[in-house]
Structure formats: structure tokens, C-alpha cells
Design a protein around this ligand. Structure first.
Ligand code: DGL
Length: 267
């Protein structure tokens, strides 16, 4: 048993969708969440910049006694995972949000067509395409950058006419015809999963990324024998730039009221 917190980070508050599911699956785990709101969006930044931010946050989480790191951001997972891994003490688990999804797709969609949507950084890295090809070359993977969606969701546009129109504009793409599943490869997208499913008339599986990721973290911590057993898990949420708008949206992403604390890492 190990009751030190799991360190989780994202470019902002989108990663709270993963933190929320992790807390549901592992209610006895303490978590230290860091949202780099001073630097978001990561999705439009260069790999070098995202790596620099990710390393600074990793150092902060390590200083705060975290037992494992979860990169709850596709943009950072696709560009900075190897650098974060090199930064932590040997043997410390580092999780990204991509490996569990590749493993899920490759087990379930042999010889099928699968769509992936995400930020420019994630799609531009072609990490889903390359990794899926390695895992099962029979899967036809169609990638599309849907850069507007994260900002749209953060602005509170979901479950309304505007979000439906934007979703349609991105998804009515002939390349998506015949897909069996769609991977929402951005931690903001679980908030519009139902709308995407409705767009596809519920005929396409919208991959439940938060649950798949949380279950993988649970299995890995159990294998290493470092699960927590706190009767009162400590949930600590920090952001690098605190505004009333982030405070308000955080409750929507986490599904309950959260109190954000400001901590500036880079000047
Ligand atoms: N949370 C980020 C991701 O999963 C999206 C937001 C951003 O571009 O920073 O890619």
C-alpha cells in the first residue's frame, strides 16, 4: 500500500474528466492535479514547448511526493511522454492517455475502420496512426484535427445548437463513412461524447477513454502493489493561472464543485 498522491497534469481543466473517472474507480487514492492554464492550449504549441512545460510540471509533482504521474492530456502524451519518463526516478509509473486506447482499439477492431479526433498537436504527431499500425496493421485508422472543439467546450458550448453544428461540420467527412468506433483523443471531448454519438445515430462506438485509462492505472498500481487505502482521499487541484471562468468550468469537467489553488511554475 502507498498513500502518496497520484500526480495528474493537463494543459488546463480538460484532464479533470480523467481525474473524475480515476476518483470513481479508485476512491481511496489521493490525487494532486495540476492544470497549466497559464499556457493552454497545448494543442497549438510546438512539441519543444509542450515538452518544456511538461517537465516543469513533472518536477513540481515529484517535489510534492507523488508516487506516479498520469499525463491526462493527449497533446502532452503524444509529444512529452518519453521526456517525462526519463525525468522520474527509476521504477515510478508514468501513464499517458494514449497507450490504453491503442491497446483497446487493437483488441476490438481487427480489420475495421476507426476514427480519431484530437488537437493539432495530437493528430500532427500521428501517434495513433503509427501505434495502431504497429499493433494491428489490418485496422484502417482515419485521423482528423478538430482544433475548435476544446475551446468550444471550455467556452461552455456543449449540448446546444452551436456545438451540434460544429460537431457536424467536422464529422461530415466522407473519410469517416463506415467507421465502427471514434476515439475522442482529447481530454475535453468526454463532455460531448453523447452529442457525437447522436450525430452518428448511435451506430458508432464512442470509445470511453476516461474509463479505459482509469482501469489501466488501477491495474498497474495493483500490480506494483502501490494502491492507496486512505479512508479520506485528499484531492488537491492546482492551476498555473486561476480565473473565475476556470473555477466555474472545473466543476463541469469534474462533475462536482472543486476548489482550485493557483501555483505559478514558470515566469
Ligand atoms: N487537454 C488537451 C488534450 O487532451 C486539449 C486542450 C489543449 O489543446 O490544451 O489534448
Amino acid at each position: 500500500m502507498d498513500n502518496r498522491p497520484i500526480g495528474i497534469f493537463d494543459s488546463g481543466i480538460g484532464g479533470l474528466t480523467i481525474a473524475k473517472e480515476l476518483h470513481r474507480v479508485l476512491p481511496n487514492e489521493s490525487m494532486l492535479y495540476f492544470g497549466d492554464t497559464a499556457h493552454l492550449p497545448y494543442g497549438d504549441k510546438s512539441p519543444e514547448t509542450i515538452i518544456g512545460y511538461s517537465i516543469a510540471i513533472t518536477d513540481f509533482l515529484l517535489k510534492n511526493n507523488c508516487k506516479a504521474i498520469l499525463i491526462a492530456c493527449n497533446s502532452a502524451s503524444s509529444t512529452a511522454y518519453d521526456d517525462v519518463l526519463k525525468r522520474v526516478p527509476e521504477g515510478m509509473p508514468v501513464f499517458n492517455v494514449i497507450d490504453p486506447l491503442i491497446s483497446y482499439i487493437s483488441k476490438r477492431f481487427h480489420a475495421e475502420k476507426v476514427g480519431v479526433i484530437g488537437t493539432r498537436a495530437t493528430i500532427g504527431s500521428h501517434v495513433y496512426l503509427n501505434r495502431t499500425r504497429e499493433a494491428d496493421p489490418s485496422i484502417i485508422l482515419v485521423e482528423k484535427s478538430t482544433a475548435l472543439l476544446a475551446a468550444m467546450i471550455e467556452e461552455g458550448f456543449h449540448d446546444n445548437d452551436i456545438s451540434q453544428a460544429v460537431i457536424q461540420a467536422y464529422l461530415e467527412d466522407s473519410r469517416f463513412e463506415g467507421i465502427k468506433a471514434l476515439v475522442p483523443a482529447c481530454t475535453h471531448y468526454p463532455l460531448i461524447a453523447d452529442e457525437i454519438s447522436t450525430y452518428f445515430k448511435h451506430q458508432v462506438e464512442i470509445v470511453d477513454a476516461p474509463n479505459i485509462i482509469a482501469e489501466q492505472v488501477k491495474t498497474a498500481l495493483a500490480e506494483k502493489n502501490i494502491l492507496g487505502n486512505s479512508s479520506e482521499a485528499n484531492l488537491h487541484f492546482m492551476v498555473s493561472d486561476l480565473t473565475a471562468s476556470f473555477q466555474k468550468s472545473a466543476a463541469i469537467f469534474f462533475g462536482e464543485k472543486v476548489s482550485l489553488e493557483e501555483k505559478r511554475l514558470v515566469q
